[in-house]
Design a protein around this ligand. Sequence first.
Ligand SMILES: Cc1ncc(COP(=O)(O)O)c(C=O)c1O
Length: 462
Amino acid sequence: MLRDKKRILEIDRQHLWHPYTQMKDYESRDPLVIARARGLKLYTLDGHELYDTISSWWCNLHGHLHPALNQALCEQLEYLEHVNFSGFTHPYAVEVVERLRRFLPAELTRFFFSDNGSTAVEVALKMAFQYWQNRGETGRTRFLALQEAYHGDTLGAVSVGGVDLFFRLYRPLTFETFRAPAPYCYRCPENPSPDFTRDAEHIQCALRCLKELERILEEHAEEICAVIVEPRLLAAGGMIVYPAEYLRGLRALCDRFGVFLIFDEVATGFGRTGTMFALESAGVIPDILCLSKGLTAGYLPLALTVTTEEIYQAFYADYLEGKTFYHGHTFTANPLACAVAIANLKIFEKERPLEKGREVRAYFHRRLLELFADCPYVGDIRYLGYVGAIELVRDRGSRKSFPPEKRVGFQIYMASLEEGLVLRPLGDVIYWFLPLCVTREDLDEILSRSLRVIERVVKEYL
Ligand SMILES: Cc1ncc(COP(=O)(O)O)c(C=O)c1O
């Protein structure tokens, strides 16, 4: 391993290009060099520790370097590291599916592997599209998605994405998608209430945002293959928590208009929202479900697109009928990743972290309200399971944001690193995306440091 920090940074600066990063920002500061991790902590090469409050990139579940997951990965290296998954199968992929089925609605019977969240979404889109083509309904070529949605960075996923800042530039490369308003309760024109969104379950409204979606279906259902949404939490769109009722209404609309419903649970899956899958909190079963990130507890890239027998059967035909699903990736169902996924699912079965974590989650939510409710610069407080967020505003009454050029969220991120935290913002939304192993003691430390940093930075801009 390279140990010379100066040399690492020199090579990094000369040759590397980091994701979602304006590389010029590195002229005035170095990226942190993370050399080790354990539990909730990351350690820099020169020994500083940081709380990993965003679970790496929303994927770590049981803390870094969990002994059972490490062991599963090491043991797998005695058997099989990789094999082509087209034409072969292996016990590791089969066991992932067998175990995962215990956590999923029985209607979801078919599992298609790929290797990251964006590919899970690409597969879902192509599957939904080809279903209708195989059935002879060739006019159904479009999708309906939400504003503020994020489904990944490959071009199909970008086409259904709605975060303007990330996707605007690429629009000429993407396919046209119908877009319905996001169920963004805090910014809803129908919501003058000063109350915080919290888990969005207390919000009584006429679901105006769903009415607009209904209108699009009324006019265009015959052109539409499927509706795609992130259930209960628009994550990259600003950790926007919305009511379960919306999803029940959406399922009813999809049934009424005969279009498929795709749930992208890449970020919400595997306990992050307090239930194994966010779909459980609404009691809604999608036609296609996208999973990744937490599937291997954040260890290795692996993804699944799960669907129903009805969709699968539209592809099942004699070869010459041309109904084959032509899609696959080199690292589809990689056995090392599958071995870790199996160990991850065993942790859910044996250790039951979600049941054990009930009190910690309630404590997290309560502390967010106690600490931030009276801060005049906190417009909204929202939370769901292990995810919490505050939306910073210059003026609470008018909900006016800080001028974007001030980069308040980014300044908080920079200051948080000095406090031993990673508060990676989404614009001026500061969030915590915690692993399932977080304790009350961790929370006390994380939230008190967070409050200190946020208060210090925001005061300069008020
Ligand atoms: C909801 C959702 N879908 C898809 C993706 C894309 O996953 P990946 O980064 O693994 O391609 C993400 C990533 O953050 C996500 O949050």
